[in-house]
Design a protein around this ligand. Structure first.
Ligand SMILES: Cc1cc2nc3c(=O)[nH]c(=O)nc-3n(C[C@H](O)[C@H](O)[C@H](O)COP(=O)(O)O)c2cc1C
Length: 370
């Protein structure tokens, strides 16, 4: 086995190129900030700062929602930049009430890539000149149809084609773009979705004339998984999140990481989040109290997510997630991908990437030797 010749090809995102085709998935409310993202970028992957709830790091978030979020994001991007010259992105949920403000701040801070999902990013805010240097723009979708609708709309309205598309399948952590009954349905498995998205984007070409790179997310755990989704199903790279939680550099508290170490397969469950979407999380007291109908009363001074009807939801998702991030798991819960129960130790990002690359090369050598 030769890790150099059997390794994966670099990943092109607009005019940037990641040496290894691994994107660290954005993990909201403080799980992926400057610490994790800069470590991944330093290893040659794409490190992503999640912007959802980033303002919770600031003491005045309740009074000054917009400026607190903007300030926290500026600080995290600058901290990450000081640690790496690698590729850094932000993850911005379309459902955020401060979506446009966060896009503008990220672009002003010269972020390399903007990933946007949790809703269809059909409109590009007019903060950057699409003919000049600007962040690469990468929508996150859960179907071939959504991918082609976005590409068609951007081409027609902005004369612009997405620089890549992430397709997130139902085994991912956090909010899922599927109906409850689709989550276990093999018709929605990632291995089916990737070729469907490639097909949906077949008529489009990026600025350099190539096909739009399609990146697979949700349940990719080993370098072997990465090899199979790329070589057999045509993905240009992968987005992984759960594995990156179990690293020293992940920005969550040790107690949050412990919840992954302790989780068994049966603890991973689907919730219906207050924003009306299903989500995958680790079960615990908090979620069981919600199941029993014990509402957690709260007030909402900032309205962070557009689809959240706070007058009718049992708890504040932003607060529950920030409590978990800080380690107060009796007052919140951890989002996690379907493979979180397989996590059995905390390693460095360097060790993780090295083992993924070795497993990838091993799978490639195994296939070549058949
Ligand atoms: C703790 C956690 C938080 C997440 N937060 C976000 C988020 O804020 N925005 C988003 O688009 N995806 C979010 N995701 C999804 C990931 O970015 C990623 O696409 C997905 O989890 C990949 O599957 P994997 O965890 O099996 O690798 C989150 C996932 C986890 C585990």
């Amino acid at each position: 086995m030769n890790t150099l010749t059997d390794g994966p090809k670099p990943l092109r995102l607009g005019n940037r190129e990641a040496k290894i085709p691994i994107i660290q998935g954005g993990m909201g409310v403080g799980i992926s900030l400057s610490g994790l993202s800069s470590a991944v970028a330093e290893e040659g992957g794409v490190g992503v700062i999640a912007t959802a709830g980033i303002g919770f790091l600031e003491p005045d978030v309740y009074k000054n929602f917009l400026p607190a979020n903007r300030r926290a994001l500026e600080k995290e991007i600058r901290k990450a930049r000081n640690r790496t010259t690698g590729i850094l992105g932000v993850n911005i949920m379309v459902a955020l009430s401060n979506y446009a403000d966060i896009v503008e701040t990220s672009s002003r801070e010269k972020i390399d890539v903007i990933f946007s999902g949790a809703g269809l990013p059909l409109h590009l805010p007019g903060f950057f000149d699409l003919k000049e240097d600007h962040p690469a723009l990468v929508p996150i979708v859960s179907s071939g149809k959504a991918a082609s609708i976005i590409a068609r709309q951007w081409q027609r309205k902005y004369d612009y084609i997405p620089d890549a598309v992430v397709v997130e399948g139902p085994m991912a952590g956090g909010h899922l773009g599927f109906k409850l009954e689709q989550i276990e349905d093999p018709a929605f498995a990632l291995e089916r979705l990737v070729p469907e998205v490639i097909e949906g984007l077949a008529g489009f070409r990026t600025r350099d004339g190539g096909p739009i790179p399609v990146i697979a997310a949700g349940g990719i755990y080993t370098g072997g998984d990465m090899y199979r989704i790329m070589k057999r199903h045509g993905a240009a790279g992968v987005q992984m999140a759960t594995r990156f939680v179990a690293t020293h550099e992940c920005d969550a508290s040790d107690k949050f990481k412990d919840s992954y170490l302790k989780a068994t397969e049966r603890d991973l469950r689907i919730i219906v989040s207050p924003v009306g979407m299903p989500g995958r999380a680790i079960d615990g007291d908090f979620l069981q109290r919600v199941d029993r109908g014990e509402k957690q009363p709260y007030t909402c001074p900032y309205h962070c997510l557009i689809p959240c009807d706070y007058t009718n939801t049992p708890y504040c998702i932003a607060l529950a997630l920030i409590n978990a991030q800080k380690g107060m798991l009796s007052k919140g819960f951890s989002f996690a991908g379907s493979n979180a129960y397989r996590v059995d130790k905390i390693v460095s990002v360097h060790e993780l990437v090295e083992s993924l690359m070795a497993e990838y090369a091993e799978a490639a050598a195994g296939e070549a030797g058949k």
